[in-house]
Design a protein around this ligand. Structure first.
Ligand code: SF4
Length: 148
């Protein structure tokens, strides 16, 4: 489902998500949701795959991604989303624009917008780093291991 609940009011959104989760159980189906709405993901999904410009940035359980994001893009996404329960702070946006995907990118495709980018990031595409369990991220800064 591509942005299945976007632009709906929260009551209707909640009803649709409840219905979808019920269908998932009773019909033994797998639900794949494409969304920018982290609240939809947090309340109705089990795993998250974070994509940027068509490349995998990070993958893990909802808890892995929302509580322990390791990729700078995931961290930026979460920082740009308002928290209902946390401290009230100004939202941050990710500076820059999407890359021109008609051009070859030998390194990390997020590098022009990443606050940590260095020479290696522009030259070498990062491999997926296993961070424990199913959690993985494609970033040169990530160190493998159970604790990320
Ligand atoms: S590989 Fe480099 S540019 Fe890409 S997300 Fe990691 S630190 Fe940023």
């Amino acid at each position: 489902m591509d942005e299945a609940t976007t632009a709906l009011d929260v009551v209707t959104q909640g009803q649709i998500l409840d219905e979808l989760m019920e269908m998932e159980k009773t019909m033994s189906i797998t639900r794949l949701m494409i969304t920018h709405d982290l609240s939809v993901v947090a309340t109705s999904c089990k795993k998250i795959l974070v994509l940027y410009a068509g490349r995998l940035m990070e993958f893990g359980t909802v808890e892995d991604i929302l509580k322990n994001p390791q990729h700078p893009y995931t961290q930026g996404l979460i920082a740009s989303f308002p928290s209902l329960y946390g401290e009230k702070t100004a939202l941050k946006s990710i500076p820059g624009i999407l890359p021109d995907m008609s051009k070859e990118c030998p390194g990390c495709i997020f590098a022009p917008r990443c606050p940590y980018a260095d020479e290696r990031c522009y030259a070498q595409r990062p491999a997926d780093v296993e961070l424990g369990g199913i959690h993985r991220a494609a970033c040169h800064r990530c160190k493998g291991g159970a604790n990320g």
